[in-house]
Write a protein that binds this ligand. Structure first.
Ligand SMILES: [Zn+2]
Length: 111
């Protein structure tokens, strides 16, 4: 049964995204789940630290250093960060660096 992507995104992205959700959405958009990219982005998560782990890798500077600008994995990582901001805050953010992540998290009362 074909998936209506817009309907899927509207229904699914309003909830907090977990690894499997990132992989499913990425497979729809990129034709591959790129599990390794999602694991790298979220592997510094610690229970009870909430969104603080976003400061390490959920920004352009870290993603560019890891994958290089313009590569497919760079795009997948940016897409992951967009999905996180949208699913948690209904915002369309890709922070430039760690300081911007912290500023946005404070503005959204997430830390
Ligand atoms: Zn994430």
């Amino acid at each position: 049964m074909p998936i209506n992507m817009q309907e899927f995104l509207c229904k699914e992205l309003v909830y907090k995204m977990r690894l499997k959700d990132h992989v499913i959405v990425t497979e729809i958009v990129f034709g591959n789940g790129y599990d390794d990219v999602h694991i790298w982005l979220d592997e510094l998560y610690k229970p009870r630290s909430g969104f603080l782990h976003w400061q390490h890798r959920h920004h352009i500077k870290a993603i560019k250093e890891k994958y290089g600008y313009g590569t497919t994995k760079y795009s997948v990582a940016i897409f992951h960060v967009l999905c996180d901001w949208f699913s948690h805050c209904n915002l369309h953010h890709v922070p430039r660096d760690e300081n911007e992540v912290i500023s946005f998290l404070k503005e959204e009362n997430l830390i």
